[in-house]
Design a protein around this ligand. Structure first.
Ligand SMILES: NC(=O)c1ccc[n+]([C@@H]2O[C@H](COP(=O)([O-])OP(=O)(O)OC[C@H]3O[C@@H](n4cnc5c(N)ncnc54)[C@H](OP(=O)(O)O)[C@@H]3O)[C@@H](O)[C@H]2O)c1
Length: 244
């Protein structure tokens, strides 16, 4: 393992773009070797290359968090290469432009819940035994402001899935704290990423200029990751300045 041996292994889902990529870059060479996962192989390989350019160690491991076998196989590959994962950041997410009861499709609702909630649970389930063996680890779930307060514009399925993931984080803190494991329910407001393309009305450049940058969230996640082991950050809300 050479120079990486003192570094913690961080697994980032949704790491091929947006906030996930920003997290990978914020952690790169700062105490973490980073596993980048997402469905698009080219995107995760690009993120891994950017991490290496910054002097960090990276593994690109494509995965679909909606596929349990795929998650288990990806986890096995990581463990084989780098040993048990120390920390995870769950940034993979899905939404749809059809956001109201009047126009949503229940199959699409299920896909959103499967990605935003069950997908998080699949990855956490895979890494927990290794974290317990390490005597601790951090789980950071990139949730949403829509989980922190009622945000009808974000959609029925999205709000439901992100709110539920907050409960998942609380249950981890309750049940796994004794093993030194902490979960942070991270709730960003608007962030200028590709995710905005999924809105019914895609924001223009002027509106995007008033949003958070992915790096702002990368910095916040790094703050959570590098907090002393005695510190648990249950929830973190991060929003752009100004009226909204
Ligand atoms: N942008 C915002 O304003 C905002 C605000 C609050 C919260 N969020 C949340 O932030 C998280 C990151 O989103 P982002 O804004 O950074 O947008 P993004 O760049 O579109 O990131 C979403 C990532 O999720 C991955 N993904 C989607 N489905 C997946 C699956 N089934 N398996 C594995 N990976 C999957 C995508 O990669 P592939 O397509 O390659 O799989 C993509 O890299 C999401 O959970 C989103 O809900 C976004």
């Amino acid at each position: 393992m050479g120079r990486t041996s003192g570094e913690r292994a961080l697994w980032v889902t949704g790491g091929g773009s947006g906030m996930g990529r920003a997290v990978a870059l914020a952690a790169a060479g700062a105490g973490w070797r980073v596993v980048v996962s997402g469905r698009r192989r080219d995107a995760v390989e690009q993120s891994a290359a950017l991490v290496r350019e910054r002097g960090g160690a990276a593994l690109a491991v494509p995965v679909d968090v909606r596929d349990g076998a795929d998650v288990r196989a990806a986890h096995a590959r990581i463990v084989e290469q780098w040993g048990a994962v120390h920390d995870v950041v769950l940034s993979a997410g899905l939404n749809t432009p059809d956001r109201s009861w009047a126009d949503q499709d229940v199959d699409e609702l299920a896909a959103i819940v499967d990605t935003n909630l069950t997908g998080v649970a699949r990855v956490v389930d895979a890494v927990l035994p290794g974290m317990r063996e390490h005597g601790g680890g951090r789980v950071v779930v990139v949730s949403s402001l829509a989980a922190w307060r009622f945000s009808p514009g974000s959609g029925v399925a999205y709000m439901a899935s992100k709110t539920a993931v907050g409960a998942l984080c609380a249950s981890l803190n309750d049940q796994e704290g004794a093993h030194g494991i902490t979960a942070c329910h991270l709730c960003p407001g608007d962030v200028d990423t590709d995710f905005l393309e999924l809105r019914p009305e895609v924001p223009d450049a002027d509106r995007r200029a008033g949003m958070l940058a992915p790096a702002d969230v990368g910095r916040a996640v790094r703050f959570v990751l590098e907090s002393p082991p005695r510190v648990r950050i249950d929830e973190l809300v991060i929003t752009p300045v100004g009226p909204r």
